[in-house]
Ligand binder design. Structure first.
Ligand code: NAD
Length: 431
């Protein structure tokens, strides 16, 4: 995982997945589960189990050596009742149609829980980006943009970076699209470099939202951040930003990790002195006096555990050993459904990914607004507005949590699904 590769409003159980459940199965299970709490028109729920459209395209590119290779690309558009489709584009050998559909559904729920005027989509190309030169990647992206040209756009569907794609990929995509349209249209993608219409604060946003909801959750359970002990798995875009902010706000970060293991210091780590994945990849343990395995980090006796590396790391095998009082999901899908049930039984609350890491798509929304208005915002404004949006989403979820006596995850899905269903009811289901 490159640091930029996930700089996206991505969603899904992916890297390191051990759970047999696919992203599509997870998305459908969560939909059905949330629907049980709401008296919804079953026709709407049935509709939401399926994507509106899935575009499949073939992308021939000339390799540097002169040969031609053909790749398959997808864009799954799940639901747009609340606004244009929104979601990442990933370049990964295991990209499939169903994965895009499932992850696109997750984006629908994520945008709705944040009350953003977007629906959900996901796309990608089944290719190993590491096997492509920069020129080949550019040719692939431009050709993919051309193939998707009629189905994306600032009012239709707005891609963003995801695994294997980054701000440069988005700049190429925006350029290819704009060349065809005959005018510069920055709002067709988000996650661009600021020089071509990207937003300040975009890269830091998912980690910032994780830190904000951690603070709000601790307050909810009557604790200050001051003195709160935190363990963070993964020290990349999400993990390092969350850890540093929490450290700066008074928490004691006792463990952080990368793929090689975890740095552990019960008296507190100076998070600014540990290089993030982007600053110096996989170097956390080189700076550590005490190293513990990643698995042990998950079981530390801390106030807050933030998994921020992979999906499916809290599983049936280790859920009984989790020692934290609160889990805040920084990565997508870090808790399997069986582990979720175990933690719930043990009384350990989990703040779900679709709320906790939604700062990414929220600042993407700010980027889109800036592009449409041709006016950029200061970093201070981006961070202030992100805080406002996170508090609003937290309060909406908290309301359902208290009113219905459900888990935080159920409460978040209830908020999302009711908003989507209400919009469908108001607009009417065109059978
Ligand atoms: P990143 O590539 O910047 O960092 C990932 C970190 O995880 C690195 O420190 C890496 O060393 C560590 N890691 C990798 N394999 C590991 C392993 N087996 N055990 C422990 N640590 C391991 O990635 P990121 O952008 O911070 O994304 C992390 C997670 O958050 C992913 O699940 C991603 O889908 C999700 N996410 C990212 C964003 C975003 O915009 N960056 C938004 C929403 C969700």
């Amino acid at each position: 995982m490159a640091s930029e590769s996930n700089a996206a409003e991505n969603g899904g159980v992916e890297e390191g997945a051990t759970e047999p459940e696919t992203a599509l199965e997870t998305a459908r299970r969560q939909l059905d589960h949330a629907a049980e709490y709401l008296s919804l028109d079953q026709r709407i729920v049935e509709r939401l189990r399926y994507p509106k459209k899935v575009h499949e395209v073939t992308i021939p590119i000339e390799r540097d050596g002169g040969s031609v290779e053909v790749f398959t690309g997808y864009r799954a558009q799940h639901d747009s009742v609340r606004g244009p489709y929104k979601g990442g584009l990933r370049y990964h050998p295991e990209v499939t149609r169903d994965e895009c559909v499932g992850l696109g559904m997750w984006m629908t729920w994520k945008c709705a829980v944040m009350d953003l005027p977007f629906g959900g989509a996901k796309g990608g190309v089944a290719v190993d980006p590491k096997a492509l030169s920069a020129d080949e990647k550019e040719r692939l992206t431009r050709r993919f943009a051309q193939e998707l040209r009629n189905v994306i756009g600032p009012k239709q569907d707005i891609p963003a970076p995801d695994m294997g794609t980054d701000s440069q990929t988005m700049a190429w995509l925006m350029d290819a699209y704009s060349m065809q349209e005959g005018e510069t249209i920055p709002g067709v993608v988000t996650g661009k470099p600021p020089v071509v219409g990207g937003s300040e604060g975009r890269a830091e946003a998912p980690g910032r939202s994780v830190a904000i909801v951690t603070k709000l959750a601790r307050e909810f359970y009557d604790h200050d951040l001051e003195g709160t002990t935190v363990a963070v798995q993964g020290y990349g875009s999400v993990g390092a930003n969350a850890a540093r902010l929490l450290d700066g706000w008074g928490a004691t970060v006792v463990a952080v990790s990368d793929v090689n293991g975890a740095m552990y210091d019960p008296s507190g780590i100076d998070t600014s002195s540990v290089p993030s994945h982007e600053e110096e990849p996989e170097a956390v343990t080189e700076y550590a006096e005490t190293v513990i395995p990643n698995g042990e980090l998950l079981t530390l006796d801390v106030d807050v555990l933030i998994p921020a590396a992979l999906g499916n790391v809290i599983t049936e095998e280790n859920a009984d050993a989790v020692g934290a009082d609160l889990v805040v999901e920084g990565s997508n899908g870090p808790t399997t459904s069986t582990a979720d049930a175990t933690l719930t039984e043990r009384g350990i609350p989990i703040v779900p990914d679709i709320l906790a890491n939604a700062g990414g798509v929220t600042v993407s929304y700010f980027e889109w607004l800036q592009d449409i208005n041709r006016r950029s915002w200061s970093l201070e404004r981006v961070n202030d507005e992100l805080e406002t949006e996170m508090r609003a989403a937290w309060n909406a979820v908290r309301h359902e949590f208290e009113r219905r006596d459900v888990t935080w995850r159920d409460a978040a899905y209830i908020v999302a699904l009711s908003r989507i269903a209400e919009a469908h009811e108001a607009r009417g289901l065109w059978p």
